[in-house]
Design a protein around this ligand. Structure first.
Ligand code: PMP
Length: 414
Protein backbone atom coordinates (compact mmCIF):
# COMPACT_ATOMS: atom_id res chain seq x y z
CA UNK A 1 0.00 0.00 0.00
CA UNK A 2 1.28 3.47 -0.82
CA UNK A 3 0.64 6.21 1.68
CA UNK A 4 1.94 8.98 -0.53
CA UNK A 5 -1.32 10.21 -2.00
CA UNK A 6 -2.88 10.99 1.35
CA UNK A 7 -2.99 14.63 2.37
CA UNK A 8 -2.90 13.89 6.05
CA UNK A 9 -1.99 10.69 7.77
CA UNK A 10 -4.94 8.28 7.69
CA UNK A 11 -4.53 6.29 10.89
CA UNK A 12 -7.63 4.18 10.18
CA UNK A 13 -6.18 2.99 6.87
CA UNK A 14 -2.73 2.49 8.35
CA UNK A 15 -4.17 0.26 11.12
CA UNK A 16 -5.29 -2.23 8.48
CA UNK A 17 -1.67 -3.11 7.85
CA UNK A 18 -1.18 -4.31 11.42
CA UNK A 19 -2.59 -7.81 12.04
CA UNK A 20 -2.05 -7.50 15.79
CA UNK A 21 -4.26 -4.41 16.05
CA UNK A 22 -7.20 -6.53 14.94
CA UNK A 23 -6.90 -8.71 18.04
CA UNK A 24 -9.72 -8.77 20.54
CA UNK A 25 -9.76 -9.55 24.23
CA UNK A 26 -13.17 -10.43 25.72
CA UNK A 27 -14.80 -9.14 22.56
CA UNK A 28 -13.03 -5.78 22.71
CA UNK A 29 -10.53 -4.73 20.06
CA UNK A 30 -7.13 -4.00 21.54
CA UNK A 31 -6.31 -0.32 22.05
CA UNK A 32 -2.54 -0.31 21.95
CA UNK A 33 -1.13 2.71 23.77
CA UNK A 34 2.23 1.28 24.83
CA UNK A 35 4.24 2.40 21.85
CA UNK A 36 7.04 4.04 23.79
CA UNK A 37 7.87 0.54 25.04
CA UNK A 38 7.49 -1.24 21.69
CA UNK A 39 5.55 -0.41 18.55
CA UNK A 40 3.59 -2.92 16.49
CA UNK A 41 4.78 -4.36 13.21
CA UNK A 42 3.12 -3.77 9.82
CA UNK A 43 2.74 -6.53 7.22
CA UNK A 44 5.54 -5.30 4.92
CA UNK A 45 8.03 -5.63 7.78
CA UNK A 46 6.76 -9.08 8.76
CA UNK A 47 6.86 -10.10 5.07
CA UNK A 48 10.41 -8.84 4.57
CA UNK A 49 11.66 -10.96 7.44
CA UNK A 50 9.61 -13.94 6.34
CA UNK A 51 11.03 -13.57 2.78
CA UNK A 52 14.51 -13.54 4.23
CA UNK A 53 13.95 -16.87 5.97
CA UNK A 54 12.13 -18.33 2.97
CA UNK A 55 14.52 -17.08 0.28
CA UNK A 56 18.03 -16.17 1.38
CA UNK A 57 18.77 -17.13 4.99
CA UNK A 58 22.50 -17.76 5.38
CA UNK A 59 25.39 -16.49 7.43
CA UNK A 60 26.94 -13.24 6.27
CA UNK A 61 30.55 -12.13 5.94
CA UNK A 62 30.46 -13.00 2.26
CA UNK A 63 30.55 -16.75 2.07
CA UNK A 64 31.20 -18.11 -1.42
CA UNK A 65 27.73 -19.50 -2.09
CA UNK A 66 24.74 -17.64 -3.55
CA UNK A 67 22.69 -17.54 -0.37
CA UNK A 68 25.49 -16.08 1.70
CA UNK A 69 26.18 -13.52 -0.99
CA UNK A 70 22.57 -12.39 -0.98
CA UNK A 71 22.34 -12.30 2.81
CA UNK A 72 25.65 -10.41 3.05
CA UNK A 73 24.58 -7.78 0.56
CA UNK A 74 21.24 -7.27 2.32
CA UNK A 75 22.94 -7.00 5.69
CA UNK A 76 25.67 -4.64 4.51
CA UNK A 77 23.26 -2.46 2.56
CA UNK A 78 21.02 -2.18 5.61
CA UNK A 79 23.77 -0.03 7.13
CA UNK A 80 23.63 2.29 4.10
CA UNK A 81 19.87 2.60 4.41
CA UNK A 82 20.05 3.47 8.10
CA UNK A 83 22.83 5.97 7.39
CA UNK A 84 20.70 7.67 4.77
CA UNK A 85 17.66 7.67 7.07
CA UNK A 86 19.41 9.51 9.91
CA UNK A 87 21.69 11.71 7.80
CA UNK A 88 24.98 9.90 8.50
CA UNK A 89 27.77 10.01 5.92
CA UNK A 90 27.80 6.27 5.24
CA UNK A 91 27.82 2.72 6.54
CA UNK A 92 31.10 3.29 8.41
CA UNK A 93 29.16 5.43 10.86
CA UNK A 94 26.36 2.93 11.58
CA UNK A 95 26.92 0.01 13.93
CA UNK A 96 24.13 -2.44 14.51
CA UNK A 97 23.55 -3.29 18.13
CA UNK A 98 20.88 -5.23 19.97
CA UNK A 99 19.11 -2.01 20.99
CA UNK A 100 19.66 1.51 22.33
CA UNK A 101 20.92 0.11 25.62
CA UNK A 102 23.70 -1.82 23.93
CA UNK A 103 24.64 1.24 21.88
CA UNK A 104 25.04 3.22 25.12
CA UNK A 105 27.15 0.44 26.58
CA UNK A 106 29.30 0.22 23.48
CA UNK A 107 30.35 3.85 23.83
CA UNK A 108 30.63 3.62 27.60
CA UNK A 109 32.92 0.59 27.43
CA UNK A 110 34.87 1.35 24.27
CA UNK A 111 35.33 5.05 24.82
CA UNK A 112 34.45 5.68 28.48
CA UNK A 113 36.55 3.01 30.15
CA UNK A 114 39.59 3.99 28.12
CA UNK A 115 39.28 7.76 28.13
CA UNK A 116 37.77 8.74 31.48
CA UNK A 117 39.57 9.18 34.76
CA UNK A 118 39.45 11.12 38.03
CA UNK A 119 38.76 14.79 37.39
CA UNK A 120 36.65 14.08 34.31
CA UNK A 121 32.93 14.68 34.36
CA UNK A 122 30.06 13.05 32.54
CA UNK A 123 26.97 15.25 32.35
CA UNK A 124 23.55 13.63 32.05
CA UNK A 125 20.04 14.99 32.49
CA UNK A 126 17.62 14.21 35.30
CA UNK A 127 15.32 12.68 32.70
CA UNK A 128 17.80 10.08 31.42
CA UNK A 129 16.60 6.55 30.87
CA UNK A 130 18.43 3.92 32.96
CA UNK A 131 20.04 2.82 29.68
CA UNK A 132 22.35 5.79 29.89
CA UNK A 133 22.03 6.74 33.56
CA UNK A 134 23.02 3.36 35.01
CA UNK A 135 25.65 2.80 32.34
CA UNK A 136 27.51 6.08 32.90
CA UNK A 137 27.07 5.76 36.66
CA UNK A 138 28.91 2.42 36.57
CA UNK A 139 31.59 3.71 34.20
CA UNK A 140 32.01 6.66 36.57
CA UNK A 141 32.55 4.32 39.50
CA UNK A 142 35.12 2.30 37.57
CA UNK A 143 37.08 5.24 36.18
CA UNK A 144 36.74 7.80 38.97
CA UNK A 145 34.85 10.23 36.71
CA UNK A 146 32.03 12.25 38.32
CA UNK A 147 28.49 12.05 36.98
CA UNK A 148 26.37 15.21 37.13
CA UNK A 149 22.77 15.87 36.18
CA UNK A 150 21.17 18.81 34.39
CA UNK A 151 18.06 19.79 36.36
CA UNK A 152 14.56 19.80 34.99
CA UNK A 153 12.23 22.70 35.74
CA UNK A 154 8.65 22.52 37.05
CA UNK A 155 7.27 21.95 33.56
CA UNK A 156 9.57 19.03 32.88
CA UNK A 157 11.89 20.93 30.56
CA UNK A 158 15.65 21.04 30.94
CA UNK A 159 16.98 24.05 32.84
CA UNK A 160 19.34 25.29 30.13
CA UNK A 161 20.99 27.81 32.48
CA UNK A 162 21.91 24.89 34.68
CA UNK A 163 23.17 23.03 31.60
CA UNK A 164 25.50 25.94 30.79
CA UNK A 165 26.70 25.99 34.39
CA UNK A 166 27.26 22.25 34.63
CA UNK A 167 29.03 21.68 31.32
CA UNK A 168 32.58 22.95 31.77
CA UNK A 169 36.07 22.21 30.53
CA UNK A 170 36.06 19.25 32.94
CA UNK A 171 33.17 17.69 31.03
CA UNK A 172 34.31 14.82 28.85
CA UNK A 173 30.91 13.52 27.77
CA UNK A 174 27.38 14.85 27.68
CA UNK A 175 24.69 12.21 27.33
CA UNK A 176 21.16 13.45 26.86
CA UNK A 177 17.87 11.96 25.85
CA UNK A 178 16.36 13.48 22.69
CA UNK A 179 12.73 12.84 23.72
CA UNK A 180 11.97 11.78 27.30
CA UNK A 181 10.11 8.48 27.55
CA UNK A 182 8.50 9.61 30.82
CA UNK A 183 7.79 13.32 30.41
CA UNK A 184 7.47 13.47 26.64
CA UNK A 185 9.81 16.48 26.61
CA UNK A 186 11.62 17.09 23.32
CA UNK A 187 15.01 18.43 24.36
CA UNK A 188 16.96 21.13 22.46
CA UNK A 189 19.63 18.63 21.51
CA UNK A 190 21.51 20.79 19.00
CA UNK A 191 21.92 23.46 21.64
CA UNK A 192 23.13 20.90 24.19
CA UNK A 193 25.60 19.45 21.69
CA UNK A 194 26.90 22.97 20.92
CA UNK A 195 27.46 23.67 24.61
CA UNK A 196 29.32 20.37 24.97
CA UNK A 197 31.48 21.11 21.93
CA UNK A 198 32.28 24.61 23.23
CA UNK A 199 34.04 22.78 26.07
CA UNK A 200 35.61 20.09 23.87
CA UNK A 201 33.31 17.46 25.31
CA UNK A 202 31.67 14.73 23.25
CA UNK A 203 27.90 14.44 23.00
CA UNK A 204 25.82 11.27 22.98
CA UNK A 205 22.14 11.60 22.15
CA UNK A 206 19.67 8.86 23.08
CA UNK A 207 17.19 8.93 20.21
CA UNK A 208 15.11 5.90 21.22
CA UNK A 209 11.95 8.04 21.41
CA UNK A 210 12.85 10.43 18.59
CA UNK A 211 13.93 8.46 15.51
CA UNK A 212 10.62 6.55 15.39
CA UNK A 213 8.45 9.64 15.11
CA UNK A 214 10.24 12.67 13.66
CA UNK A 215 12.84 13.52 11.05
CA UNK A 216 16.27 13.16 12.65
CA UNK A 217 19.48 14.39 11.04
CA UNK A 218 22.48 13.44 13.13
CA UNK A 219 24.81 15.71 11.18
CA UNK A 220 22.53 18.71 11.65
CA UNK A 221 22.40 17.95 15.38
CA UNK A 222 26.17 17.45 15.21
CA UNK A 223 25.94 14.62 17.74
CA UNK A 224 29.12 12.60 18.16
CA UNK A 225 27.04 9.52 18.95
CA UNK A 226 23.34 8.86 18.49
CA UNK A 227 21.38 5.70 19.30
CA UNK A 228 17.98 4.16 18.67
CA UNK A 229 16.08 0.84 18.61
CA UNK A 230 14.26 -0.92 15.75
CA UNK A 231 11.41 -2.21 17.90
CA UNK A 232 10.15 1.30 18.69
CA UNK A 233 9.80 2.24 15.02
CA UNK A 234 7.62 -0.44 13.47
CA UNK A 235 10.66 -2.69 13.14
CA UNK A 236 11.74 -5.90 14.81
CA UNK A 237 13.13 -6.49 18.29
CA UNK A 238 16.79 -7.46 18.59
CA UNK A 239 18.24 -4.66 16.50
CA UNK A 240 19.25 -1.09 17.23
CA UNK A 241 21.85 1.22 15.85
CA UNK A 242 24.68 3.35 17.09
CA UNK A 243 25.68 6.28 14.93
CA UNK A 244 29.18 7.58 15.61
CA UNK A 245 31.39 10.08 13.83
CA UNK A 246 33.82 8.06 11.78
CA UNK A 247 37.02 9.52 13.23
CA UNK A 248 35.81 8.77 16.76
CA UNK A 249 34.79 5.20 15.96
CA UNK A 250 38.10 4.66 14.23
CA UNK A 251 39.99 5.74 17.33
CA UNK A 252 37.91 3.53 19.65
CA UNK A 253 38.76 -0.01 20.69
CA UNK A 254 36.04 -2.64 20.31
CA UNK A 255 34.67 -4.05 23.56
CA UNK A 256 33.17 -7.23 22.12
CA UNK A 257 35.58 -9.58 20.42
CA UNK A 258 35.33 -12.63 18.20
CA UNK A 259 34.87 -13.65 14.61
CA UNK A 260 33.75 -11.33 11.86
CA UNK A 261 35.45 -8.25 13.30
CA UNK A 262 39.12 -9.08 12.74
CA UNK A 263 41.59 -8.50 9.95
CA UNK A 264 44.49 -10.71 11.09
CA UNK A 265 44.77 -13.01 14.08
CA UNK A 266 47.89 -14.74 15.35
CA UNK A 267 48.40 -16.66 18.60
CA UNK A 268 49.84 -13.45 20.02
CA UNK A 269 47.64 -10.64 18.76
CA UNK A 270 44.80 -9.49 16.50
CA UNK A 271 43.95 -6.50 14.35
CA UNK A 272 40.49 -5.19 13.54
CA UNK A 273 38.42 -5.05 10.40
CA UNK A 274 37.16 -1.77 8.94
CA UNK A 275 34.15 0.10 10.27
CA UNK A 276 31.45 -0.79 11.01
CA UNK A 277 32.41 -4.52 11.17
CA UNK A 278 35.02 -3.87 13.84
CA UNK A 279 32.17 -3.37 16.33
CA UNK A 280 29.94 -6.21 15.11
CA UNK A 281 31.51 -9.52 16.18
CA UNK A 282 29.83 -12.87 15.69
CA UNK A 283 26.77 -13.68 13.61
CA UNK A 284 24.77 -10.48 13.52
CA UNK A 285 21.02 -9.75 13.39
CA UNK A 286 20.53 -10.45 9.70
CA UNK A 287 16.76 -10.97 9.54
CA UNK A 288 16.33 -8.04 11.90
CA UNK A 289 18.44 -5.78 9.70
CA UNK A 290 16.24 -6.74 6.76
CA UNK A 291 13.17 -5.96 8.89
CA UNK A 292 14.61 -2.64 9.98
CA UNK A 293 15.12 -1.59 6.36
CA UNK A 294 11.51 -2.54 5.58
CA UNK A 295 10.37 -0.47 8.57
CA UNK A 296 12.36 2.55 7.40
CA UNK A 297 10.92 2.20 3.89
CA UNK A 298 7.44 1.96 5.36
CA UNK A 299 7.89 4.98 7.64
CA UNK A 300 9.40 7.12 4.92
CA UNK A 301 6.58 6.23 2.60
CA UNK A 302 4.23 7.81 5.15
CA UNK A 303 6.66 10.66 5.81
CA UNK A 304 8.43 11.39 9.09
CA UNK A 305 7.06 14.92 9.27
CA UNK A 306 3.50 13.64 8.96
CA UNK A 307 4.16 11.05 11.64
CA UNK A 308 5.46 13.75 13.94
CA UNK A 309 2.40 15.93 13.34
CA UNK A 310 0.02 13.03 13.91
CA UNK A 311 1.68 12.07 17.18
CA UNK A 312 1.71 15.64 18.36
CA UNK A 313 -2.01 15.97 17.59
CA UNK A 314 -2.99 12.75 19.36
CA UNK A 315 -0.82 13.64 22.33
CA UNK A 316 -2.42 17.10 22.46
CA UNK A 317 -5.88 15.54 22.40
CA UNK A 318 -4.97 13.04 25.14
CA UNK A 319 -3.36 15.80 27.22
CA UNK A 320 -6.42 18.03 26.94
CA UNK A 321 -8.84 15.24 27.78
CA UNK A 322 -6.77 14.17 30.78
CA UNK A 323 -6.27 17.74 31.91
CA UNK A 324 -10.03 18.24 31.99
CA UNK A 325 -10.22 15.58 34.74
CA UNK A 326 -9.73 17.21 38.16
CA UNK A 327 -8.14 14.16 39.73
CA UNK A 328 -5.49 13.56 37.07
CA UNK A 329 -1.95 14.85 37.39
CA UNK A 330 0.01 15.06 34.13
CA UNK A 331 3.81 15.15 33.92
CA UNK A 332 5.88 17.03 31.40
CA UNK A 333 5.40 20.13 29.27
CA UNK A 334 2.15 21.39 27.77
CA UNK A 335 1.31 20.23 24.25
CA UNK A 336 3.43 21.84 21.57
CA UNK A 337 6.53 21.27 19.52
CA UNK A 338 8.57 20.37 22.58
CA UNK A 339 6.27 17.52 23.65
CA UNK A 340 6.44 14.19 21.89
CA UNK A 341 3.69 11.62 21.45
CA UNK A 342 3.19 10.35 24.96
CA UNK A 343 1.46 11.43 28.14
CA UNK A 344 2.55 10.33 31.61
CA UNK A 345 0.03 10.82 34.40
CA UNK A 346 -1.44 9.61 37.68
CA UNK A 347 -5.05 9.34 38.81
CA UNK A 348 -5.45 10.55 42.39
CA UNK A 349 -5.87 7.74 44.88
CA UNK A 350 -5.21 4.99 42.34
CA UNK A 351 -1.83 3.33 41.97
CA UNK A 352 -0.60 3.40 38.38
CA UNK A 353 -0.43 -0.41 38.34
CA UNK A 354 -4.08 -0.68 39.39
CA UNK A 355 -5.00 1.84 36.74
CA UNK A 356 -3.17 -0.14 34.06
CA UNK A 357 -4.95 -3.26 35.23
CA UNK A 358 -8.38 -1.61 34.94
CA UNK A 359 -7.40 -0.32 31.50
CA UNK A 360 -6.46 -3.86 30.56
CA UNK A 361 -9.98 -5.01 31.47
CA UNK A 362 -11.07 -2.68 28.66
CA UNK A 363 -8.35 -4.02 26.35
CA UNK A 364 -6.56 -0.67 26.64
CA UNK A 365 -2.81 -1.34 26.83
CA UNK A 366 -0.88 1.31 28.74
CA UNK A 367 2.28 1.08 30.79
CA UNK A 368 2.61 1.68 34.51
CA UNK A 369 5.76 1.84 36.60
CA UNK A 370 8.93 3.85 36.70
CA UNK A 371 9.60 3.55 32.94
CA UNK A 372 13.30 3.02 33.67
CA UNK A 373 13.56 6.52 35.11
CA UNK A 374 13.53 5.89 38.87
CA UNK A 375 15.51 9.00 39.89
CA UNK A 376 13.16 11.15 37.79
CA UNK A 377 10.15 9.60 39.54
CA UNK A 378 11.81 10.31 42.90
CA UNK A 379 12.13 13.91 41.80
CA UNK A 380 8.46 14.00 40.75
CA UNK A 381 7.63 12.61 44.21
CA UNK A 382 5.88 9.48 42.95
CA UNK A 383 6.98 5.86 42.77
CA UNK A 384 5.19 5.17 39.52
CA UNK A 385 3.21 6.78 36.73
CA UNK A 386 0.85 5.62 34.03
CA UNK A 387 1.88 6.28 30.46
CA UNK A 388 -0.15 6.35 27.27
CA UNK A 389 2.10 6.53 24.24
CA UNK A 390 0.99 6.88 20.66
CA UNK A 391 2.08 5.94 17.17
CA UNK A 392 0.96 6.31 13.56
CA UNK A 393 -2.02 4.00 13.93
CA UNK A 394 -3.60 5.52 17.03
CA UNK A 395 -6.84 7.47 16.82
CA UNK A 396 -8.80 9.93 18.95
CA UNK A 397 -11.42 7.24 19.52
CA UNK A 398 -8.77 5.17 21.25
CA UNK A 399 -7.96 8.09 23.54
CA UNK A 400 -11.69 8.33 24.31
CA UNK A 401 -11.64 4.68 25.42
CA UNK A 402 -8.77 5.44 27.78
CA UNK A 403 -10.68 8.35 29.27
CA UNK A 404 -13.88 6.30 29.61
CA UNK A 405 -12.01 3.61 31.54
CA UNK A 406 -10.90 6.15 34.16
CA UNK A 407 -14.38 6.04 35.71
CA UNK A 408 -14.08 2.34 36.43
CA UNK A 409 -10.77 2.92 38.14
CA UNK A 410 -12.31 5.64 40.32
CA UNK A 411 -15.23 3.42 41.28
CA UNK A 412 -13.02 0.50 42.23
CA UNK A 413 -10.05 2.16 43.84
CA UNK A 414 -10.49 5.84 44.63
N1 PMP B 1 16.21 5.35 26.01
C1 PMP B 1 14.92 5.72 26.01
C2 PMP B 1 14.57 7.17 26.02
C3 PMP B 1 13.92 4.76 25.97
O1 PMP B 1 12.64 5.13 25.97
C4 PMP B 1 14.28 3.40 25.94
C5 PMP B 1 13.22 2.32 25.93
N2 PMP B 1 12.25 2.47 26.92
C6 PMP B 1 15.63 3.08 25.94
C7 PMP B 1 16.56 4.07 25.98
C8 PMP B 1 16.10 1.67 25.91
O2 PMP B 1 15.72 1.08 24.71
P1 PMP B 1 15.99 -0.48 24.51
O3 PMP B 1 15.19 -1.17 25.58
O4 PMP B 1 15.46 -0.76 23.15
O5 PMP B 1 17.43 -0.68 24.65
Amino acid sequence: MSHQNLETLDAEAIREEFPILQREFDGQQVVYLDNAATTQTPEPVIDAMSDYYREYNANVHRGIHHLSQEASIAYEEAHDRVAEFIGAAGREEVIFTKNTTEAENLVAYSWGLNELGPGDEVVLTEMEHHASLVTWQQIGKRTGADVKYIRIDEDGRLDMDHARELITDDTAMLSAVHVSNTLGTVNPVSELVDIAHDHDALAFIDGAQAVPNRPVDVEAIDADFYAFSGHKMAGPTGIGALYGKQHLLEAMQPYLYGGGMIRKVTFEDSTWDDLPWKFEPGTPQIAEAVGLVAAIDWLEDIGMERIRTHEEEIARYAYERLEAEDDVEIYGPEPGPDRGGLVGFNLEGVHAHDLASIMNDHAVAIRAGDHCTQPLHDKLGVSASARASFYVYNTREEVDKLIAALDDARELFA
